[in-house]
Design a protein around this ligand. Structure first.
Ligand code: EPU
Length: 331
């Protein structure tokens, strides 16, 4: 097994971007919790992503991808292996096609920027994503959405780095998306870019659509540090409403607290740790199960843990852009 110094040195010789050792991660998540990556890189070139993926595959190292950090709970302490951020891989090209426009977007592009730029260009299809934080890559992996719509609805093509470091293009029909799920979200796969098909519409109509989605988010907490909705909605029900009815608002572990305005949001009110957030998620889930019999499934993803959920491997819990989430640490 290579030491982290040897890993960083070996990688540095292969990459154009720099490799950082012991990179603190909390600043890369909207929740603001977590430890540090033993080996961290922010590639700006395709080849660097492929080299990183290939290297970790060959050396048997855990491989994690971080997008916008808006749906992830990092583990506390050192996170072994390689953490790759897509945030500097963020170009977008607008390709006209008959009565449509295709946005060819790299994974690290902020979803909010894409929504704003689309509206400005008179393009419709992404209004529902207004107010959703994070990157386009993360949005695809988790099929981010609102009001019954998701990024997957307009997705035409996805380019990925496969676990062995080869490049693969997925076309319509070769993948599928459903509520908060994309079939391409597999351990070890890194989504690099995608094509999103947008229609043309009058500005007024786009604005109206956006206003509708804006008002749907009014009860969500604004401004605090959170990772968005903690749990997926079970069939036909709102997780937030269930958590609220079970009296979860205000529950806290350390500095992690359930929001008073929307019970499906956990806020970091100061110095919360990843462990605090995880314990609070478990306590909420247990309470809802005991009182209603509904077992909520987390929507947030867990990066760097050995066992995150009552001994279940964290990979069963879904994950942000962190493909190598197979190992999680029990807290
Ligand atoms: N409600 C309560 N108490 C609460 C929270 C909600 O009574 O603490 C009630 C609301 O008053 C409303 C109902 O539950 O009558 C549904 O709430 P809301 O409209 O907020 O929708 P949601 O199902 O909780 C979903 C998505 C959000 C998305 C909103 C708006 C999930 C898990 N959540 O929330 O997405 O922004 O709809 O479209 O699918 C996310 O995925 O991170 C996320 C925030």
């Amino acid at each position: 097994m290579m030491s982290r110094g040897e890993i960083a040195d070996a990688l540095q010789g292969l990459l154009r971007c720099s490799v950082e050792r012991d990179r603190p991660l909390s600043g890369l998540s909207t929740l603001g919790v977590g430890g540090w990556a033993e080996c961290y890189a922010e590639p700006t070139e395709l080849e660097d992503f492929l080299v990183l993926r290939r290297f970790s595959h060959r050396e048997g190292l855990p491989f994690h991808v971080v997008g916008g950090g808006s749906n992830v709970v990092f583990a506390d302490g050192p996170i072994p292996g390689i953490v790759v951020s897509t945030r500097r891989w963020n170009a977008v090209r607008w390709l006209p096609r008959e009565d449509r426009v295709v946005a060819d977007v790299q994974a690290g592009h902020a979803l909010a920027s894409l929504v704003a730029a689309s509206a400005k260009r008179g393009l419709t299809g992404l209004e529902f994503a207004l107010g959703i934080p994070g990157t386009v890559g993360g949005a695809v992996v988790g099929n981010a959405g609102a009001g019954g719509r998701g990024v997957g609805d307009s997705l035409e093509e996805v380019l990925s780095a496969e676990p062995d470091g080869t490049l693969r293009r997925w076309r319509t029909g070769e993948f599928s998306c459903s509520y908060r799920r994309c079939s391409l979200s597999e351990p070890g796969r890194l989504l690099l870019s995608c094509k999103i098909v947008l229609g043309l519409a009058p500005r007024g109509e786009i604005e109206e659509n956006m206003e509708r989605f804006r008002s749907a988010r009014r009860i969500q907490p604004h401004g605090g540090r959170s990772a968005g909705c903690s749990f997926k909605n079970p069939d036909g029900e709102s997780a937030g409403r269930l958590l609220d009815r079970c009296g979860c608002k205000g529950m806290a572990v350390g500095d992690a607290v359930v929001s008073d305005s929307h019970a499906n949001f956990i806020l970091n009110r100061g110095r919360a740790t990843g462990g605090d957030v995880l314990s609070l998620l478990r306590a909420c889930r247990r309470r809802v199960f005991e009182r209603t019999g509904v077992l909520l499934e987390p929507e947030v993803r867990f990066l760097g843990w050995l066992y995150a959920w009552d001994g279940e491997p964290a990979a069963n819990m879904g994950n942000e852009m962190d493909e190598g989430n197979e190992t999680a640490r029990r807290v």
